[in-house]
Design a protein around this ligand. Sequence first.
Ligand SMILES: Cc1cc2nc3c(=O)[nH]c(=O)nc-3n(C[C@H](O)[C@H](O)[C@H](O)COP(=O)(O)OP(=O)(O)OC[C@H]3O[C@@H](n4cnc5c(N)ncnc54)[C@H](O)[C@@H]3O)c2cc1C
Length: 445
Amino acid sequence: MTQEVPPSPVPATPSVSAAAWPSGPGRLPEADVIVVGAGPAGSAAACYLARSGLDVLLLEKATFPREKVCGDGLTPRAVKALVGMGVPIGEEDGWLRNKGLRVIGGGFRLELPWPELSSYPGYGLVRSRLDFDETLARAAQRAGARLLEGVTVTGPVLDRTGRMAGVTARPTAAPEEPDVTYRARVVVAADGNSSRLSLAMGLRKRDDRPLGVAVRTYYTSPRHEDDWLEAWLDLWDGGQQLPGYGWIFGMGDGTSNVGLGLLNTSASFGHVDYRELLRRWLAGMPAEWGYTEQNRTAPIRGAALPMGFNRTPHYTRGLLLAGDSGGMVNPFNGEGIAYAMEAGQLAAEVIAQALARPGAAGAERVLAGYPRALKDAYGGYYTLARTFVTAIGHPRFMQFATRHGMPRPALMRFVVKLLGNLTDPRAGDAADRVINALSKMTPAA
Ligand SMILES: Cc1cc2nc3c(=O)[nH]c(=O)nc-3n(C[C@H](O)[C@H](O)[C@H](O)COP(=O)(O)OP(=O)(O)OC[C@H]3O[C@@H](n4cnc5c(N)ncnc54)[C@H](O)[C@@H]3O)c2cc1C
């Protein structure tokens, strides 16, 4: 694995002077932009920043390849984001394509192809996060970003005005070593759900936004080459249908990624034993599929899904949030990778424009527009999604929706577009127009 030579760090200081803001040749900081975290959000941000000609430092606490608890499922939205980054996605490159969603629930089984649109490809992908994230990080490196692996960011460095002027960091493998300071004009927090950097800047999670919890594991299975993403709606806690779904995604490598996710909008949330629920759900599967303890190849691991902008504002004092750090998972379906990559790209575009302004005040004005740009892109849709997840938090509604939706394939095709946020903005069909109009009419919050 190649690793770039790190820039010579300067000794840590709790605060550096405002001179970290460049005002002419020879006074450049160590990088134009520091991106913290090389997940999908961070690597996308670093890739687009480097393509804009900026000097980017991408700091990642882990060393690739590294595991990330995930379903490994990519919708056409994520495929589009990968194409945009220039990542090769051929089957010969190890990607398994899928045609759409197979939904099972209420005694029905429907295969719903991804919609044919001009804005998105008509297929999805599956790829283990073990090498998916490394592939993206290497793409950012190829674009010119300086990737430092095994470097844990420990906190912000502030200038006299309280604006971020860099970060402190230390080697992940040697936490006893003193912090070093990396300076930059702008910092992107792409450090995932817990986002210590955002917390250190006073940005906490919002309780009024939805949150999911999901668990997953892998089993060897003859279904490993399934070319549909399979979702099961029948998750029960006693007599109550739970708001969420179970998934089975073939990995193409002899295993299936199997997991389930639930929303915090039901009374059961917080009381459910996820591992037990997973076992109970799988106990009802045909034995020949192989989803048994003997075939389990990995521990059952879980993590939170921060949804619907559950950390705001997305810009404060030199720090932009992208991906899970800013709670950008789609509440309708739990998809986070595409939104992380799109937000990374958007953050990069805003930063490139900001740093091209001649003075600090002009740059600041552009950076302050980032939350607005995010709201324009997703605000109305996420507000709509919050209404939906509140509704399905009522067990009777979830049961009603499954029972009355599943027998109606035309309605379910609409649901796939709505839940996957897959529409054409112009010249789409009636479903596209309804979804776009609803998203536009719903206030972004
Ligand atoms: C069980 C489960 C299943 C899921 N399934 C899917 C799915 O099938 N499809 C989908 O689209 N989404 C899925 N998601 C959501 C998806 O995983 C996330 O939304 C996505 O990973 C967000 O990307 P990110 O770049 O914002 O954050 P992350 O992927 O979490 O990346 C953050 C990076 O920052 C690094 N980092 C953290 N702190 C520091 C620090 N202090 N210093 C340096 N580096 C740091 C981490 O090591 C990590 O590499 C699932 C989530 C869960 C929990």
